[in-house]
Design a protein around this ligand. Structure first.
Ligand code: UT7
Length: 319
């Protein structure tokens, strides 16, 4: 089943936190972060909730597409940092938009937005006509700000796509390899007087090197697989939208697959790693840049906790 993109939107908090600001209270440096991760600043919420960011991104996608909230058949949100465990972020967003359609969240960590696109494609197969898909994260809330290996990486933001029925979602691949050791965010322990096991702190725990290796392999394999499944060659792809986790992961994939670096998009320098929002924010930047031509093939590829990975090929146009 397939769809076409009717509009996109994104939202980044106005407050950019620069590397030098972090080095005032974490044992790190601007030089280390730029060289090892490729980030110079990252947007961090000062007042916004995850739902506020999702709402602003959704407004952009609705406005671009000319769809009103009352016309929505479904709202799907990808997130690991919703404001509430329940209700879902999608239900909070539905209320803010004044929509009445079903709404639910999907958690596939940083691969979540592509998992959500695939879920939307299945719903189009059930006859739905307009689905709003949003990736939104307030990772500044789940990071341990004394842990230099994660605090310098993660950031806040949201991206959205308004989808209509159509035939431009060409191929896709979803993967999961259950592993809660390498990268996880434990839930809050609670106050049960009966539970006897000590819980991990409810912050991001990450073995960076293990994730790095998984990420490069997963991204290269998934990207090549979805391009082949679409009946295309890598050179046919106009734009690659990779998850923005580390500039060196993207550069490694460029080298391994012999991609044209200028076709493999990056905004990590100023957006940081926004997990499930990352590819959606970058897609909105591309779609609003005027660089896209009707018929351009785009690949999105992401990886993250789970361990999950996902990729898809989308053709631009089809209106
Ligand atoms: O989107 C979710 C998926 N997440 C990812 O894809 C993350 C993937 N992993 C990474 O991006 C990288 O592994 C990191 C950026 C997390 C770490 O970079 P690295 O090049 O793998 O560094 P490392 O873990 O091998 O650490 C090298 C050194 C260590 O010091 P020693 O033991 O060599 O003395 C670390 O303690 O760098 C140290 N280090 C830092 N130094 C300054 C770790 N973090 C920092 C820091 N500032 N922020």
């Amino acid at each position: 089943m397939s769809f076409r993109i009717l509009g996109t939107g994104s939202y980044l908090p106005k407050r950019s936190v620069y590397n030098d600001e972090l080095s005032q209270f974490i044992d790190t440096s601007d030089e280390w972060i730029q060289q090892r991760v490729g980030i110079s600043s990252r947007p961090i919420c000062t007042t916004e909730t995850t739902a506020d960011m999702a709402y602003n991104a959704a407004l952009g996608a609705l406005e671009m597409s000319g769809v009103s909230p009352s016309e929505l058949d479904m709202i799907l949100c990808a997130t690991v940092s919703a404001d509430y465990a329940a209700p879902s972020l999608a239900c909070s967003l539905q209320s803010m938009l004044g929509a009445t359609c079903p709404a639910m969240d999907i958690n596939a960590a940083c691969s979540g937005f592509i998992y959500t696109l695939e879920t939307a494609a299945a719903f189009f197969g059930r006859g739905l006509k307009r689905i709003l898909v949003v990736g939104a994260e307030r990772l500044s809330r789940v990071v341990d700000w004394s842990d230099r290996s994660t605090a310098v990486i993660f950031a806040d933001g949201a991206g959205a796509m308004m989808l209509g029925d159509g035939d431009t979602y060409i191929s896709s691949k979803l993967c999961a390899k259950g592993d809660a050791e390498v990268l996880c965010i434990p839930s809050f322990a609670g106050t049960s007087p009966y539970y006897e096991v000590e819980s991990k702190k409810p912050y991001v725990h990450m073995n960076g090197q293990e994730v790095f290796k998984f990420a490069v392999n997963a991204m290269c394999t998934d990207l090549a697989d979805v391009v082949a499944a679409a009946g295309l060659k890598i050179d046919d792809i106009a734009w690659i939208i990779p998850h923005q986790a580390n500039a060196r992961i993207i550069d490694a994939a460029v080298r391994k697959l012999d991609l044209k670096p200028e076709r493999c998009l990056k905004n990590i320098e100023t957006t940081g790693n926004t997990s499930a929002a990352s590819v959606a924010i970058l897609a909105d930047e591309l779609f609003r840049s005027g660089k896209l031509k009707d018929g351009d093939y785009i690949v999105m590829a992401a990886f993250g906790a789970g361990l999950t990975s996902a990729a898809c090929v989308i053709r631009w146009g089809g209106w």
